[in-house]
Design a protein around this ligand. Sequence first.
Ligand code: GLU
Length: 490
Amino acid sequence: MDMTWFEEMEARIPQGEVRTRFAPSPTGYMHVGNLRTALYTWLIARHAGGKFLLRIEDTDQGRLVEGAVDVIYKTLAECHLDHDEGPDVGGPVGPYVQTERRPFYGKYAELLVERGHAYRCFCEKTESEEDTGEFDRAANPCRFLSREESDRRAAAGEPFVIRQRIPEEGTTTFHDEIFGDITVENKTLDDQVLMKRDGLPTYNFANVIDDHLMGITHVVRGSEYLSSAPKYNLLYEGFGWPIPKYVHCSPVMRDQQNKMSKRHGDPSYEDLIAQGYLTDAVLNYVALLGWSPRGEQEIFSLDELKAVFELSGVSKSPAIFDIEKLRYFNASYIRAMSPEAFAALAEPWIRKSVKNPAVDPAAVAALLQQRTEVLTEIPEKVAFFDALPDYDVELFTHKKSKSDAESSRDVLTAVIPLFEALEMWDDEHILDTMVKLAEERGEKNAKVMWPVRIAAAGQAVTPGGAVEICRILGKDETLRRLRLGLEKLS
Ligand code: GLU
């Protein structure tokens, strides 16, 4: 066999740096578990000053979803998980899309046949039998075909798959950075299919070829691949290639028993964003799903994570996704934003319910920032700025501020002319007017402010107090609402 091409492929592989890859299959959305894999993979590379690659694993053509690759790019970009090499940016070991690497796999499969670690199998088995590994090795006649016979049948055009030749005896041990050493009996491993009849590799073959040819030093993936790792090791050994470090991540669970699953209604990354969570908060929370920092700190920027992330903190135990905890992170992130940044973020949510152009969304946002946990709460909270709800007169009765219908009627009657006379409509003058009125009446401020806020907002719970609400509504609208309140009370 002429080895020149193989030697050229070897020569392309960058050496002496940490290289990790995120290798999603384009399914159309980003699972929380996948996002976490991407994040850990990125962090390992960045922590070590290495390279992070993106490889699209699209060999399973049956599962392809239109536009799914764009979702991957978009998510990685939104999450600031930048890649150094990938289909869009290129790199020294491309192509970075598995279907474009198609010519490689056949050659390596033939090389493995040549080296005795794989064989052609001409048996007519359905693809599903091949994939589930329900194939009795001892009963497989093709495993024992001579090379001449196998070459002859292939040359005659008989269709075949290529199977891995697993040693009959002995054990295989692999090391995982999280799970430690795992040893299995070779007789429990099946002669898995490496190349299908259609000339496409199986995932189990392609991942090894690609990881090696791309110089991947740390293979980070979900623990569902743990059981395949011994077979991967045997493939690396069959080729005489160094074995990368394995980092298998435990699943993200929805509860003690069940993995999170989109099919069962658990949110994907996109769903969480649509539900009003912030990318940074999601990333921060996801980082902690299965990784514990050394100290007490919980809130980490991506830069901070990059500095402190270590594999020794990654846990073997499955992590349970807790939406309440994510809410808490989200609220912290919202509170920590600059008012300008929050206003920009909140504006589209405010505008969902507040269409009146006279209402300044930045002013409304200022009321919301300390009180918002998820952005989806916003439209409902501020709808009263647009339209006064049809409220019950009972709302004017409030024990704590000692208000009732009668006192409220008196307050509104007194405050309306005072507001009408105001020339400056700002917090200072609005507040001053109400404080003075309370003083004159010998009452606490609350007794004046309660009915004003109820009449202005038409609801008991509001972001912001009477002053801010009146200021944002503007003088005319405030007065219109106070008069309406008075009518209700009369
Ligand atoms: N394409 C595989 C998946 O999306 C990747 C597994 C791996 O990282 O090796 O599950």
